[in-house]
Write a protein that binds this ligand. Structure first.
Ligand code: 13P
Ligand code: SF4
Length: 354
């Protein structure tokens, strides 16, 4: 939708008044009306690094979801304030693993006699509590752009990985990039006693996948891939690794949002692409590359926005920037000190990956 000119002017004025005191980060899934005010855009990994590289900014306004703002708070100094323009912008995947459930899982692994061999690897899309659990137990964080390197590191430290909370990213990375088989992976279901697994199954597994998923990427199916190949002969299918394994296996290319953008930048004129990720990003890319003769379509026939990413809209951004410009600190995201210390350990292990 086109931005309201009055709101655009108000956002611009508030941002100008704040000057270098504010730094606005925008995830690639954000709306166009918000992205136009981002000082930097990126995937989860790039934004975590960029947030940490702005020590002079008093306010980091994070246009993204809650776990991203938490990570930014963990990686920035204590006097920097991270602000999320709508506190209801969570992530349903991150909510699928709670601290209590993960502690219980660790008890199950201990009981089965495997905990000592297990290194936890948690996807960035998790709460600060889960990141702290990960750091405490010798593990690290990964994003969709470094999951293979994170798993390589983890398998140097131990024989098994507990992968939280996205089963698809875990399975896709293990099978596609690490040469494991589907049989090397088991799924731990936090809603079943003992995760629904026997001690025998836990002992045999290399990858213990938490039963979480992204509901946005979960909408893409093998049918969506077959369908688009029929509709558009010669199409390149490019999907995010949060998609189901069968979708990833049928795709031509797989990668993070930043990877998707780079792939399309490098694509030749006249090439055709079907993209399996969130719709704000796909629409923006379709519009951007149409003049260069690149045809870009959404992988599915139904629309598929991330509803929580979409909560950050121009009115929320204007309210946030105007409040900060008037000296009112609103919607601060602050992780408590103890959680922060262990979560930081896990994040720094990721940032130190080769
Ligand atoms: P990336 O931007 O790291 O690819 O992650 C996608 C995502 O789902 C973020 O919530
Ligand atoms: Fe969470 Fe999926 Fe939305 Fe990303 S796209 S924020 S994983 S619900």
């Amino acid at each position: 939708s086109p931005s309201d000119p009055d709101l655009v002017e108000r956002a611009r004025a508030a941002k100008e008044k704040l000057g270098d005191k504010v730094f606005v980060l925008g995830h690639h899934y954000q709306r166009d009306e918000v992205i136009q005010f981002a000082d930097v855009t990126g995937d989860s990994f790039k934004l975590a690094r960029d947030a940490a590289a702005r020590p002079e900014a008093e306010y980091i306004v994070f246009c993204g979801v809650h776990f991203m703002a938490e990570s930014a708070d963990i990686l920035t100094s204590d006097d920097q304030k991270v602000v999320l323009p709508d506190l209801a912008a969570g992530c349903s995947m991150a909510d699928m693993a709670t601290a209590e459930q993960v502690a219980e899982c660790w008890d199950v692994l201990t009981e089965a006699g495997v905990a000592e061999q297990v290194v936890p690897v948690s996807y960035m899309n998790s709460s600060a509590d889960i990141k702290a659990f990960t750091g405490k137990h010798g593990g690290l964080i990964c994003t969709s752009s470094n999951a293979k390197r994170a798993l390589d590191w983890a398998f140097e430290q131990g024989e098994k990985v507990l992968f939280l909370p996205d089963q698809h990213l875990g399975r896709n990375t293990a099978v596609r990039d690490m040469g494991m088989s589907l049989d090397d992976c088991v799924v731990y279901n936090p809603h079943k006693p003992n995760g629904g697994l026997t001690a025998q199954e836990l002992r045999a597994a290399k990858m213990i996948l938490w039963r979480g998923h992204c509901s946005v990427h979960g909408r893409f199916s093998l049918d969506s891939v077959n369908d688009v190949r029929e509709r558009i002969p010669g199409v390149n299918v490019l999907v995010h690794p949060e998609c189901k394994h069968e979708v990833v296996a049928a795709a031509d290319y797989v990668g993070s949002t930043e990877y998707i953008i780079k792939a399309l930048e490098a694509a030749p004129a006249g090439s055709k692409w079907a993209i399996g990720t969130e719709l704000n990003l796909v629409r923006r890319l379709a519009n951007r590359f149409a003049p260069e003769g690149k045809e870009i379509v959404f992988l599915d026939r139904t629309v598929c926005f991330c509803s929580t990413m979409n909560r950050i809209d121009l009115p929320h951004l204007v309210w946030t920037l105007e409040s900060l410009a008037e000296g009112n600190l609103v919607n601060r995201i602050e992780v408590d000190k103890e959680t922060e210390a262990f979560a930081k350990l896990a994040l720094e292990r990721m940032l130190a990956l080769p």
